[in-house]
Structures are given as structure tokens and as C-alpha cells.
Design a protein around this ligand. Structure first.
Ligand code: ATP
Length: 553
């Protein structure tokens, strides 16, 4: 990445606000942490992502149907699903600055002094993996706690020589740490990493997981850098609570759903009874979920209210491995098909010790965001765990009877579970581009352009009269209205120089701009300007609708 990830994020966030993609929730009151609003362009982008997903995973298939379940469900659902007992994150609080931090997302960095390095370099495992390790520069000892997403920040904060880290490769467990080049796990949970300093020197660091580091240590708080102020990790349940009816007591307590999946499991029998679906088949749902995240961060990436798009695909246990691989690969390809570069996408298969106890296999589809490589979607083989739990807690039979083989069984479930907001953020990051485009006089001008896949672009076409006279506005208005009638989101603009109008549309990510000019009055042709190639061609005014339709669908 030529540019620092933070700078890139700052520019993207500024553009999103300036152009109406994303606003802070309740901004006029100072906002509220972990909640976001989508503006006029953002809501179109997000809707296009959801529509593309629904179209591809439900409408185009014979083995999928949809559902739209309520957010608040009978609390027994959350007992059965395990969320009431176990849906929690370990939380550490700083007694000094009162900040709450996710313990499992924190690591401690040490940079080694010469003596310690000596011992480390002698560790055969390290030497075997990194033969050049002995030649590394070693800084004076320093340690600082950091959050996983923010190794960069911590390196900044630590007193010492390293002021900037660079990402080289992403590796297994510490893949979320920017600035970590390579590491090797030793001593059960402690890792060694290489970090590149601003000067180009490489530093050897030890990255210690919080579980190891917290006990009896005087590690610094990542937020305020005070020492010896972090509490032991405590479990913190992520579900938002509320009450139904007039009385606020334990009998009326309810929860805002932390995932949409449970609504699907609860309706699995209803779907079987009311449709002709037969195993293997799947149910899809898009909807809001809520998690009282300890530390919302990275713009919309970790929010407290977000939307999920989830599939539960029910199949015979013997076919589960095959369907798992099918969905994992299909979901990965879906993102590529809509414009995410494959070089920025990663499929990370979970190691055995990372799997939930009921899951047989699981993979994360990850994207290289400017702030680090993080999960977009998880795909898991959840076995028959969920349906068996609901059978146990509800007393209702969840078995499936195959009338051809006469076999009775509880289906296995393959779950591809993605976040709409994370997908939206990934498509925004991917689209952001700075290049040059010629102005009216042909001189190169810097421009910011959002290169959305045409299927996702909020506005598909913009129509301009070159000047506000000689009948040009009327012709342009007609083309604009024809586009709208043909369900092509169109924007009409007659204000200012054409170059400025183009640049506004580039920032909004509009793939095509149509200009009505003097020649249109002679031969009824208009110019079409392509956002990405900047190529301009003339086409008949009455062919604009089919021209754009063909290219955006
Ligand atoms: P993470 O480890 O990042 O907290 P997770 O593994 O808990 O994510 P899942 O429970 O698998 O996430 O949820 C499925 C999907 O829902 C995620 O891949 C993500 O796209 C989305 N998602 C989960 N939590 C959030 C959140 N707080 N904000 C936005 N999207 C989220």
C-alpha cells in the first residue's frame, strides 16, 4: 500500500460524509458510539448489495427460499442457541482512563534488547524459519499493550525507535495485526514477530497474548499508557436487553437478536410444511442484528447495530462436507464477481483448535481493509447442533423424513453468514481511487473516483445539458425521465461547468454520464462518458436506455 492505511481511511470517511454515503447516528447530539446512518447514496449502495445477494442466492436458485423474522423472539430461543450462557467476550478495563477493551483482541509487544535477542535467536525453531534473524536490528527494551487491529498505533505510542510499521505478509493468528510481518508461535500463545521501522530497519518483537501477559504484570494500557491499571479479564454478554409489556421484571425480559440465524432455525419446520422444499435446501434472511460490542471501531466495521445476510442450508449429514466446500467457494467468488480484487481477499480455514465445539469446519472470508485484514463473512458446517438444541428446548420434532429413502434424520446445516455493513465498507474501500482526468481544456486534473461495480453503483447514469438553453435541458430531461422509467437510477444536473459535473459524478461512482450538446440538435446523438476509461463516444439519444441497461446489469 503506497499510502498509510489511516490516511486512506480518513479520506474515505470524509468522502462518505461529504457525499452522503454514511453519517454518524444522531450526529447533531454528538453521535453515539457504534451506530451509523446511511445517507442518500449510501442507502442505494447498501440496497444494491442486498439485492445482488438476494437475487443470486434466493431468486436465481430452486433450492433456496427466503424469510423475514422478528428481531425480538421468545427468550427461550437464546437459551437453546447458547447465547444467554455463552455469547460473551472477555473484557479488560483500565482503572485509570476507564476504557473497556476486548481482551482477546489485545496483544502485548516487546521489542528485545541485545541480550534477550541472543536467547531468542538461539531458539532453533526461530532460526530455522528465519535464517536472517540474527542480522536484525534490536531496539532497547520496551513494551506496550495494543489492540490487535492497531499494532501500528502502539508502535507509535511506544517510546523507542519504531514509528511506522509496514504490512508484508499476513499470517495465521496475528493476521489482524498491521505491521506484523512474520511470526512463529512458541510457548503456547506467545509469538515472535518482525516489524519494519520507518528507517527501514527490522525489529524483532515478542507478541504476547493477553491471557499470558495480564497475570501479575505491569503492562501499559493501550489507550492511556498508564501502567498496572488493567483489570483481570471479565466475561461480558453482548446481547441488548429490553422488556415487553408494562412490567419490567424477569418474566418480561427480552433480547434484541444478536444474529438472524435463529429465526431461520425456528421456522425450518414451517418452511418444510408450507413449501415443496426437500433436503438439500436452504433458507436465506437479511436483517438487523444487535451486539453490545465492547469496543466498536474501524468506522462501520464493528458496530453495535448492523445488518446480516445469512443462509442456513439444510442437507444430509453425509453430504455436509460437499455442501460446505460448495458454499465456501461460491461465497468467496461472489465478492470477486462484484469487484473485490482476489488479491485482497483471503479464505482462511479455521484450525481445529479454533472451531466452536459443535462445528465440523469453518472458514472466514477476509478482506484487506486499509486498517488490516478482517472478516467479511464466515462459512461454517454447524452439524445438527442448532436443530438438535431447538428440539431439546422446544420439545418439537426437528427430524426430516426423506420419503424416497424412508430415512429419518436431523439435517446438518451449512451457514454462510455475512455482514451487509462490512460488505458495504469493503466495496467502498475497493472503489476509492485517486487519478487524473483532463479538464475542459484537456489539462490533467486530480480527481477522486469511486469505481463501483456497475451493478452496485448507487446512481447508474447522469444526464447533463451542455448549456441551459437552445432546447438542450428539455432533451436532457427527457433522457433522464426515460432512464428513470426504465428503472435506471438517474441524476439530472445542469449547474456549473461540465468538468465539475463530471467530477461530482466520479465521486458518487456513477458509471456513465450523458451530455446533450450542440451536435445533439443536429443529429440527435449524445456523448457517453465512461467513468473508468474516460472514453467518450457518441450514440443516438434514443439508445441511451438500452446502452446503459446492457452495461449495468
Ligand atoms: P468478529 O470476530 O469480527 O466479531 P464474528 O465472528 O463474531 O465477527 P459472526 O458471529 O460470525 O461474526 O457474524 C457473521 C457476520 O456478521 C460477520 O462475518 C460480520 O460480517 C457480521 N458482523 C458480526 N459482528 C458485527 C459487528 N459488530 N458489526 C458489523 N458486522 C458484524
Amino acid at each position: 500500500m503506497a499510502e498509510n492505511g489511516n490516511e486512506l481511511m480518513d479520506k474515505l470517511v470524509a468522502l462518505c460524509k461529504r457525499r452522503g454515503f454514511i453519517f454518524q447516528s444522531s450526529e447533531i447530539y454528538g453521535g453515539i458510539n457504534g451506530f451509523w446512518d446511511y445517507g442518500p447514496l449510501g442507502v442505494e449502495l447498501k440496497r444494491n448489495i442486498k439485492d445482488a445477494w438476494w437475487e443470486d442466492v434466493v431468486r436465481k436458485r430452486d433450492d433456496m427460499v427466503g424469510l423475514d423474522c422478528s428481531i425480538i423472539m421468545n427468550p427461550k430461543v437464546w437459551e437453546a442457541s447458547g447465547h444467554l450462557g455463552g455469547f460473551s467476550d472477555p473484557m479488560v478495563t483500565c482503572k485509570e482512563c476507564k476504557k473497556h477493551l476486548r481482551a482477546d483482541k489485545m496483544f502485548f509487544l516487546h521489542v528485545f534488547n541485545d541480550e534477550q535477542k541472543e536467547a531468542l535467536v538461539n531458539a532453533t525453531e526461530v532460526r530455522a524459519k528465519y535464517p536472517a534473524i540474527a542480522a536484525l536490528t534490536v531496539a532497547t527494551i520496551m513494551d506496550a499493550a495494543v489492540e490487535a487491529d492497531d499494532v501500528n498505533g502502539a508502535v507509535h505510542a511506544a517510546p523507542g525507535a519504531i514509528s511506522e510499521a509496514a504490512v508484508k505478509h499476513n499470517v495465521s493468528d496475528l493476521r489482524k495485526c498491521k505491521g506484523v510481518d512474520a511470526w512463529v508461535a512458541l510457548d503456547g500463545g506467545t509469538s515472535y514477530a518482525r516489524i519494519e521501522g520507518k528507517s527501514g530497519k527490522w525489529y524483532l518483537v515478542i507478541v504476547e497474548s493477553v491471557k499470558l501477559a495480564l497475570s501479575g504484570s505491569d503492562r501499559a494500557c493501550p489507550a492511556c499508557h498508564a501502567r498496572n491499571t488493567l483489570t483481570e479479564a471479565r466475561q461480558f454478554n453482548l446481547m441488548f436487553e429490553s422488556w415487553t409489556g408494562a412490567m419490567q421484571d424477569s418474566s418480561s425480559k427480552v433480547y434484541l437478536r444478536p444474529e438472524t440465524a435463529q429465526g431461520i432455525f425456528c421456522n425450518y419446520k414451517n418452511v418444510l410444511d408450507t413449501t415443496r422444499m426437500k433436503v438439500p435446501f436452504g433458507i436465506a434472511q437479511i436483517g438487523k442484528s444487535f451486539r453490545n460490542e465492547i469496543n466498536p471501531r474501524n468506522y462501520t466495521f464493528r458496530s453495535r447495530e448492523f445488518e446480516q445476510m445469512e443462509i442456513e442450508f439444510f442437507c444430509h449429514p453425509k453430504e455436509a462436507d460437499k455442501w460446505y466446500e460448495y458454499w465456501r467457494d461460491a461465497r468467496f467468488q461472489w465478492y470477486i464477481g462484484l469487484g473485490l480484487q482476489s488479491s485482497k481477499l483471503r479464505l482462511r480455514n479455521h484450525e481445529k483448535d479454533e472451531l466452536a465445539f459443535y462445528a465440523r469446519s469453518c472458514a472466514d472470508i477476509e478482506y484487506e481493509f486499509p486498517f488490516g485484514t478482517s472478516e467479511l463473512e464466515g462459512v461454517a458446517n454447524r452439524t445438527d447442533y442448532d436443530l438438535t438444541q431447538h428440539q431439546k428446548f422446544s420439545g418439537k420434532d426437528m427430524t426430516y423424513f426423506d420419503d424416497q429413502t424412508k430415512e429419518k434424520f436431523i439435517p446438518y446445516v451449512i451457514e454462510p453468514s455475512g455482514g451487509v455493513d462490512r460488505a458495504t465498507l469493503a466495496f467502498l474501500c475497493e472503489a476509492y481511487c485517486e487519478d487524473t482526468a483532463p479538464d475542459e481544456n484537456g489539462a490533467p486534473q486530480a480527481r477522486t473516483v469511486m469505481k463501483f461495480h456497475p451493478r452496485l453503483a448507487p446512481v447508474k447514469v447522469a444526464v447533463f445539458p451542455l448549456v441551459k438553453k437552445e432546447g438542450m435541458p428539455e432533451i436532457a430531461q427527457k433522457i433522464h425521465q426515460d432512464c428513470k422509467k426504465a428503472s435506471l437510477p438517474s441524476f439530472y444536473d445542469e449547474k456549473g461547468a461540465v468538468g465539475r459535473r463530471y467530477r461530482r459524478q466520479d465521486e458518487a461512482g456513477t458509471p456513465f454520464c450523458i451530455t446533450v450538446d450542440g451536435q445533439t440538435l443536429q443529429d440527435q446523438t449524445v456523448t457517453v462518458r465512461d467513468r473508468d476509461s474516460l472514453r467518450q463516444e457518441r450514440i443516438a439519444a434514443d439508445k441511451v436506455v438500452p446502452y446503459v441497461k446492457e452495461r449495468v446489469s
